[in-house]
Design a protein around this ligand. Structure first.
Ligand SMILES: Cc1ncc(COP(=O)(O)O)c(C=O)c1O
Length: 380
């Protein structure tokens, strides 16, 4: 008795893997998980305190649907100074997580039969939400040897193309797009009058590279919908807090959806977000330094074993080519069953991920070393 709309969408493959790992754990197995999509660090203390203070001060009521004015203002200020986006608070919608923001964007801009472009491989939820919105996903191949940049993008544009989704630094590959790759995408979006969803949730988890916001490029301001949030940068996944900057018609569409569904992000959580933006940024730098050290151990270890993997420039994922040992699904299953190591098969992120596995290094160095040694034994 479920709707036809829902039938277009499949269960998230990443959830499937973590369910198997949970079952194994329940049977007493010591499973090392490389499948997590969230920082393993605690939220910095000053952020928790700000939210707790707000809670005890009685900030427990509905807030405006678009978010509390102070937070919208602080986000707009951040986007202007750090991202060179020409926005003000009236363009900023605070959402319960970036995921909800993406859901609202797709439902706002896509009509039945429209096409939305994803670069293959892409984060699991984009495709599902595009389909949920009644549109079709058009997968564009990417070049694993060069930052997983899209190949021949223009050839995939049709008169139905409405949206291009860009995610840098990216999940699942950790790839970071430089200015020339972004310029190429921007030129095509402008030439064909297409909107771009720029998912910048991993913006701050970046190593020795500069993050660039698509919406800051010439001609892109009005056609870029910028998504960001607090989950990854500030280790706040469970808080559910994200945001969008969009031009007025798109902003208003999203606001309509938000006010009729979740109403707003949680009141006191928004005060935590304010503290995250306005407080010390040192905890972010420290987390990134720790991610970098883990990345270096993991990437070297994987390549030594024969799982080919470029050094990712951002996020906390390594995307390794396992074709020497089988396809990604087979290898993932073998690692889970034989070595009790949980990774995510690359096929979860699109056809081109078939020969890959995604390994999240949001886990301790000890786990990474132990995991590598188990992987080596299982595959040798
Ligand atoms: C690329 C990407 N975008 C968005 C999200 C969702 O983030 P949030 O926790 O803010 O909903 C994730 C979470 O895994 C992600 O990987």
């Amino acid at each position: 008795m479920t709707s036809s709309r829902l039938k277009r969408v499949e269960e998230s493959a990443t959830i499937k893997v973590s369910n198997i790992a949970t079952n194994l754990r329940q049977q007493g197995a010591d499973v090392i998980s490389f499948s997590l999509g969230e920082p393993d660090f605690d939220t910095p203390k000053h952020i928790c305190e700000a939210a707790a203070d707000a809670l005890y001060m009685g900030e427990t009521h509905y807030t405006p649907s678009a978010g509390i004015p102070q937070l919208r203002e602080a986000i707009a200020e951040k986007l202007r100074t750090e991202n060179q986006l020409d926005v003000n608070a009236s363009n900023v919608l605070v959402t319960p997580g970036a995921k909800q923001a993406i859901f609202e964007i797709m439902l706002t801009v896509l009509d039945d039969g429209d096409e939305a472009i994803l670069f293959d491989p892409a984060w699991v939820s984009y495709d599902s939400v595009i389909k949920f919105a009644g549109a079709d996903t058009v997968w564009v191949p990417t070049d694993p040897s060069d930052s997983f940049k899209p190949l021949d993008l223009e050839e995939f544009i049709t008169d139905k193309t409405r949206l291009i989704v860009v995610n840098t630094p990216g999940n699942p590959t950790g790839a970071v797009y430089d200015r020339s790759i972004l310029k190429n995408i921007a030129d095509i979006a402008i030439d064909h009058d297409i909107l771009v969803l720029s998912d910048e949730i991993y913006e701050k988890i970046i190593y020795d590279r500069e993050h660039m916001s698509l919406g800051s490029m010439e001609g892109m301001q009005d056609r870029t919908i910028t998504v960001n949030g607090f989950s990854k940068a500030y280790a706040m996944t469970g808080w559910r807090l994200g945001y969008v900057a969009a031009r007025p018609d798109i902003f208003n569409g999203m606001l309509k959806l938000q006010s009729h569904s979740v109403s707003s992000a949680t009141s006191f959580v928004q005060y935590g977000g304010l503290a995250a933006l306005q407080g010390p940024q040192q905890p972010v730098t420290e987390m990134v330094d720790r991610f970098r050290a883990r990345r270096d151990i993991l990437v070297k270890g994987l390549n030594d074993i024969g799982l080919k993997c470029k050094t990712p420039g951002g996020a906390f994922y390594a995307f390794a080519d396992v074709s020497e040992f089988g396809d990604g699904d087979t290898v993932s299953e073998k690692l889970l069953v034989d070595a009790h190591v949980a990774v995510t098969p690359g096929s979860a992120f699109g056809e081109s991920g078939r020969d890959f596995i995604r390994i999240s290094y949001a886990t301790s160095q000890e786990n990474i070393k132990e995991g590598l040694s188990r992987i080596e034994s299982a595959l040798s």
